[in-house]
Design a protein around this ligand. Structure first.
Ligand code: AMP
Length: 217
């Protein structure tokens, strides 16, 4: 299946992607994670992206488009993929369509994770991310039983630079202005599946799987 996860920052895209990837056997492609890895490694892309990412702004469409095009051309993505954090603008949706044509592929569904503003702020300000494997967790969540340690790999939990309070507000604003128009864009194309994203990880996971199963193949 070829799926896109759409939703505001903090909706739980990363958390759900980890579960869905296992259930469906398709690679999880997170543009945010790819950018953070490039920044940490100090690659040319990372150097260009660093300030934008850390201040909650989007990197240019062409730059992220190129990264995604290269990633989708890899063999593990031939049978399907789960895109997390891309597309984020209507322009990027166009880039994705153009990228899929030569691969003879098309999207099966866009899973829209819906969450209100108060819940977004609460989730993001309490979010911690594993410095080693990138898994997200929440300071009050069941996953941080052993404080400060990732339950998946034992790595150190840190706050993402762009989860700081002053940056979160900008990310939500950028989402509303630039990404939310994709909801109507994909609804018009009949690809949108609405998934309420409030509730436990397990509850949302069941809704996500039901939404995917309702999408054919
Ligand atoms: P995420 O991990 O998806 O929340 O992404 C973290 C940050 O990476 C975003 O706030 C942007 O600065 C950047 N980013 C990730 N994906 C994209 C994208 N598709 N287009 C532009 N910027 C992106």
């Amino acid at each position: 299946m070829r799926l896109v996860l759409l939703g505001p920052p903090g909706a739980g895209k990363g958390t759900q992607a980890v579960e869905l990837k296992q259930a469906l056997g398709i690679p999880h492609i997170s543009t945010g994670e790819m950018l953070r890895a490039a920044i940490a490694a100090g690659t040319p892309v990372g150097l260009k992206a660093k300030e934008l990412v850390e201040s909650g702004r989007l990197v240019p469409d062409e730059m992220i488009g190129e990264i995604v095009e290269q990633r989708l051309a890899q063999t593990d993505a031939a049978g399907g993929f789960l895109l997390d954090g891309f597309p984020r603008t209507v322009g990027q949706a166009g880039i994705l369509d153009k990228t899929l044509v030569p691969l003879g592929a098309r999207l099966d569904a866009v899973l829209y994770m819906m969450l209100d503003d108060a819940a977004i702020m609460e989730r993001l300000s309490g979010r911690r991310t594993c410095a080693a494997c990138g898994s997200p967790t929440h300071v009050t969540g069941a996953r941080s039983k052993k404080e400060g340690t990732c339950e998946r790999c034992g790595g150190r939990l840190v706050q993402r630079e762009d989860d700081r309070e002053e940056v979160v507000a900008r990310r939500v604003q950028v989402y509303r202005e630039q990404t939310e128009p994709l909801v109507e864009h994909y609804r018009r194309r009949g690809l949108l599946r609405e998934v309420p994203a409030a509730g436990s990880v397990e509850t949302v996971q069941r809704r996500m799987l039901a939404a995917v199963q309702g999408s054919g193949s």
